[in-house]
Design a protein around this ligand. Sequence first.
Ligand SMILES: NC(=O)c1ccc[n+]([C@@H]2O[C@H](COP(=O)([O-])OP(=O)(O)OC[C@H]3O[C@@H](n4cnc5c(N)ncnc54)[C@H](O)[C@@H]3O)[C@@H](O)[C@H]2O)c1
Length: 268
Amino acid sequence: MTFEGKGAVITGAASGIGLGLAREAAKRGMRLVLADLDRQALEQVAQALPDAIAVPTDVTDMAAVDRLAAVAFERLESVDLLFNNAGIMATGLMWEIEPRRWDASLAVNVGGVLNGIRAFVPRMLKAGHAARIVNTASVGGFNPAPLMAPYSATKFAVVALTESLKGELDMIEAPIAVSLLAPGPVRSAIFDDPFSGEVHPATQGFVDNLRSMIGEHGMDPEPFAERVLDAIARGDYWIVPQPEALDPMLERRHKMIADRAQPAFGYL
Ligand SMILES: NC(=O)c1ccc[n+]([C@@H]2O[C@H](COP(=O)([O-])OP(=O)(O)OC[C@H]3O[C@@H](n4cnc5c(N)ncnc54)[C@H](O)[C@@H]3O)[C@@H](O)[C@H]2O)c1
């Protein structure tokens, strides 16, 4: 697809990857409707871009996402691209993570994507022209990690529901394309506050390691977003901007399952 003059909606647009996508999409001439829970940061982002509005939205709230879709279809000539991008991290021993944190992970990481699909797909079908939905999972959506079970479980769910969505839209011959975005490490705010309940020393060490790994090897959101939009221009389903963070791990995992070997987490 080409981008100039086309309309995009981005959730989680006030920070990190969503912000990078908003800036890169604006650079390529897109008209933007930006959504986030953080109203103040979102408004600042929208004001700094040439053709963008802020629609403060909690993606866990279906009525709010429905309003977002209504505003987007009114404001943009068409919604050509939807990024279901908002997501949160939760770390800890899974039986110690507070229930509200578990619930929030399910509600944002899975429920938020599903609400985006429920609100936008019927309107896209009615509009009847080409569009693309990009759901953000993670390389962690292909490889479970201890000490971040809510994240692993919800990102696996996003990988699964995105493929189901692709199948269903193809089945009804809809003009809506689908992509699964699997970021590796990207510098963002996602690890700012990933704890709740007891923080076992193992969790603290794990999070410290991840933070320093992202600091050292993570991409900045804007070059990352450039790779994402290039992949969308090509029409890719699998958007994996950092293949080095996925492919070796995927190969090991497939071999482990084929060999019926015990899961092992050597890096812990
Ligand atoms: N940064 C990474 O290394 C990395 C790696 C793999 C996947 N991801 C995924 O990328 C996506 C973006 O994460 P990020 O790293 O940019 O994190 P981030 O914390 O910098 O940005 C996430 C944004 O989502 C917003 N948000 C949170 N809950 C929301 C809700 N209920 N409704 C609306 N907005 C909400 C936050 O306010 C924030 O602005 C997430 O889905 C994340 O899981 C990130």
